[in-house]
Ligand binder design. Structure first.
Ligand SMILES: [Zn+2]
Length: 393
């Protein structure tokens, strides 16, 4: 009795198994056994000189294989060795499923798709002109610096009210002096996508009224008026040296012009305009920027009608909303870019049986013999069930 128990334990530890090696395509192979396989039963080695992959199987196994398989099978004292005269790259992997082992090379298929990449919010820097000791135009008790600041805050709210991916930063939130360079640094630090400077005009001609949009000119001021305003708005700094225009700058200048034009077309339906074309001027504050930019003179403080509108909160809100809507239409802040994203997807070694599939069709489609399919999947008959999982290795 004791001897029997010892024998039983021994035979369990080194479980006898009857197995068959099935050759598959692409140098993959499969071992189907009668009894369950333990992970510890199998050892896989990569050997050099000559390069070879060696698989060691328990010597107790009864192994059935094709002598002309292309694999060398050695039955030595302590184990079976399957020798494959080549190092696989990628390495041979093993997968044990109950009484089956798959030896296969992990294959990765590059899988690409167009994915929507959301970009950072569209960032607008709004720059209320003047401030601190520089009041800008003064008419009666009204100072341009205050009108510009109040309007800039209203415009910020209008942009935020659109609930679009737009972020607004103001160069100043209170009555303080900022040099043109400081304004530029704020725009660049925030990596602004758009820079809008807000001013209110003043003219000796009290009849002059309406909103104007100024944008940068390559060739200097486009009209006497633009030149006069440019001189006035630039007086806070020494005349900046003419910088050579880079290609980027040229793109920004063109974009600024297109935007200014679109803005004026939109505003022309509801707002009194001074000119219905963008004015070109050489504003220092715009010239040094590396993003589309414009300067809006929201009206003439020197004109009574304009002045009454500009101090009216309702009009400011209306104008701000019009500018925000037009700007968001032009720049489409909902922008997202489509990007091709590729990743390596591991190819699966199984398929799902579809309606109309049978062993013959699947054998041809996946270049695997019917015999192998049946052995790998433990199929007792030729019939397949819909949605059944079939292993190919
Ligand atoms: Zn101004």
């Amino acid at each position: 009795m004791r001897i029997f128990i010892i024998f039983f334990l021994m035979s369990f530890a080194h479980a006898y198994n009857s197995c068959e090696i099935i050759l598959l395509k692409d140098k993959n192979f499969h071992i189907a056994c009668r009894n369950p396989i333990l992970n510890t039963d199998i050892r896989l080695y990569e050997k050099k000189n000559p390069n070879r992959t060696v698989i060691a199987l328990p010597k107790f196994w009864k192994l059935k294989y094709d002598k002309n398989s292309g694999y060398e099978v050695k039955h030595l004292k302590n184990a079976y060795y399957i020798v494959i005269k080549k190092i696989f790259s990628p390495k041979l992997e093993k997968e044990i499923r109950h009484n089956h082992i798959s030896f296969y090379q992990k294959k990765y298929n590059e899988y690409c798709e167009w994915a929507q990449m959301n970009r950072a919010p569209f960032l607008i820097v709004i720059d209320p002109g003047h401030g601190g000791h520089d009041p800008g135009t003064i008419v009666k008790s009204h100072q341009e610096k205050n009108i510009a600041l109040t309007f800039a805050k209203t415009l910020k709210k209008s942009f935020e009210g659109l609930h679009l991916p737009i972020k607004v930063v103001l160069t100043r939130m209170d009555d303080r002096y900022l040099s043109l360079n400081q304004r530029k640094i704020i725009a660049q630090k925030n990596q602004a996508d758009l820079f809008i400077s807000i001013h209110a005009d003043g003219s000796p001609n009290h009849a002059a009224r309406g909103l104007s949009v100024f944008t940068l000119s390559n060739a200097g001021a486009s009209s006497t008026m633009a030149k006069l305003i440019a001189d006035k708005e630039n007086k806070v700094t020494t005349k900046a040296k003419k910088a050579l225009l880079s290609f980027d700058r040229e793109i920004n200048i063109n974009r600024s012009r297109q935007f200014s034009q679109a803005l004026l077309v939109h505003l022309s339906h509801s707002v009194s305009l001074h000119t219905n074309q963008p004015e070109y001027a050489n504003f220092s504050v715009l010239r040094s920027l590396n993003m589309p930019s414009c300067l809006i003179e929201i009206g003439f403080l020197s004109n009574e009608e304009d002045r009454n509108l500009l101090i009216e909160p309702f009009y400011r809100k209306f104008l701000a909303n019009q500018i925000a809507v037009s700007t968001s239409k032009f720049f489409n802040p909902q922008r997202s870019e489509m990007k091709k994203v590729c990743r390596n997807k591991q190819s699966v070694n199984w398929i799902i049986v579809r309606q109309g599939d049978n062993l013959t069709k699947l054998s041809k489609r996946h270049q695997i013999s019917i015999k192998a399919l049946k052995l790998i999947n433990n199929l007792k008959s030729d019939s397949l069930a819909k949605n059944q999982r079939l292993y190919l290795s």
